[in-house]
Design a protein around this ligand. Structure first.
Ligand SMILES: NC(=O)c1ccc[n+]([C@@H]2O[C@H](COP(=O)([O-])OP(=O)(O)OC[C@H]3O[C@@H](n4cnc5c(N)ncnc54)[C@H](O)[C@@H]3O)[C@@H](O)[C@H]2O)c1
Length: 331
């Protein structure tokens, strides 16, 4: 048996997909998830995934003491970037405090390496895309602030306690097991759910903002590789090909038609976000052999096929901590 690996957020998009990859490569995998944003159906039968809220340091530390982990892949988060200004406390609890707890337990129990999924959100909108890893982070919302804070904390934990780490900044990942029932995040998943319910596809503003969507399957190899190398490094991971949100919606319309759905597109007021956001991936290509082969149309079709086999979960509504300036589409 190869090393023992903890995957946090095992029931989520990255967690459930990467767990399957790790198992296929012979690793001993255990998970933590509180199922606040992922579903039990996404887990692999027979693989231990414990229901712990990572905000509970005592429970986390007890788990680490029992499991004797070699590596930690920390994917758990609530990654609703646009919503984060309206749920500050929830955001910092899930995205910062939970990460701090895992870092503490990794120090306490001599974890060999901590791999953290940060975000393109750290770059903000003052940096000009394509973003490169050497740019000074300038996040524009609490989600990006939380991710950047964890990045800085990992640097301190390595300097003071020798905890090794690598940071991945992914962006706009799509694939099977994505939570399509969350109305605040993952635009393609939201549109797939809306198509299946004969609801219009919603766009914030004119739809000319650009993003680059990548299929989750191209992440597995580089994720595995940083387990053993590139301590203290940061890597962007994702697709090179950016497209407008309007083009992406039209592609979802095209795929939806294959399954008998014909949604319209509707526009709402713009929201507080970076208009153009995409990354340069040269570093990951050079050092990790990263190759993004995403065929977005094919991925969306696969997601429809999968989504149609899933139970129809209730759509998640969050309790807003402030309703000031909240957008009409979230009221
Ligand atoms: N999906 C993307 O496009 C994207 C882009 C950039 C960064 N990321 C980052 O990658 C990571 C994985 O993203 P994802 O899309 O797989 O997310 P996801 O929402 O699909 O999965 C996250 C999982 O974490 C769990 N979780 C959340 N809070 C928890 C807590 N307090 N305790 C225990 N479990 C908790 C959820 O139940 C869920 O199963 C996140 O850190 C996210 O910020 C994702």
């Amino acid at each position: 048996m190869k090393a023992k690996v903890l995957v946090t957020g095992m029931a989520g998009l990255l967690g459930s997909n990467f767990t399957r990859y790790l198992l296929s490569e012979g690793y001993d995998v255990v998970g933590i998830d509180d199922f606040s944003g992922g579903y039990k159906e996404n887990l692999v039968d027979g693989v231990k995934c414990v229901n712990i809220n990572l905000a509970d340091l005592e429970a986390v530390d007890k788990f680490f003491a029992e499991e004797k982990l070699d590596y930690v892949y920390h994917f758990a988060a609530y990654a609703a970037e646009g919503l984060s200004p309206f749920i500050r406390k929830y955001n910092y609890t899930n995205n910062l405090i939970c990460s701090a707890n895992l870092i503490t337990s990794s120090i306490n129990h001599n974890v060999k390496k901590f791999i953290f999924t940060s975000s393109m959100a750290t770059y903000g909108r003052e940096n000009t895309p394509p973003f490169t890893e050497d740019m000074q982070p300038k996040p524009i919302d609490p989600y990006g602030v939380a991710k950047y804070a964890v990045e800085m904390d990992l640097k301190l934990a390595k300097e003071q306690f020798g905890l090794d780490y690598t940071i991945i900044r992914p962006h706009n990942i799509v694939g099977k097991y994505q939570n399509i029932w969350d109305r605040y995040r993952n635009v393609i998943g939201i549109w797939i759910r809306k198509s299946m319910h004969n609801e219009p596809l919603t766009i914030f503003g004119d739809g000319l903002q650009t993003r680059a969507f990548s299929d989750v399957k191209y992440y597995y190899k580089p994720f595995e590789q940083v387990m053993f190398d590139y301590g203290g490094e940061i890597f962007n991971l994702g697709a090179d090909k950016e497209r407008t949100i309007l083009e992406a919606a039209q592609l979802v319309q095209k795929c939806a038609a294959n399954f008998g759905f014909h949604p319209e597109i509707v526009h709402f007021e713009p929201r507080h976000e970076a208009k153009f956001a995409f990354c340069n991936h040269d570093k990951a290509k050079k050092l990790l052999g990263f190759h993004d082969g995403t065929n977005l149309e094919q991925t969306i079709n696969e997601m429809f096929e999968w989504a149609l086999t899933q139970p129809d979960h209730p759509v998640k509504n969050m309790t807003y901590e402030t309703e000031k300036k909240i957008y009409s589409f979230w009221r």
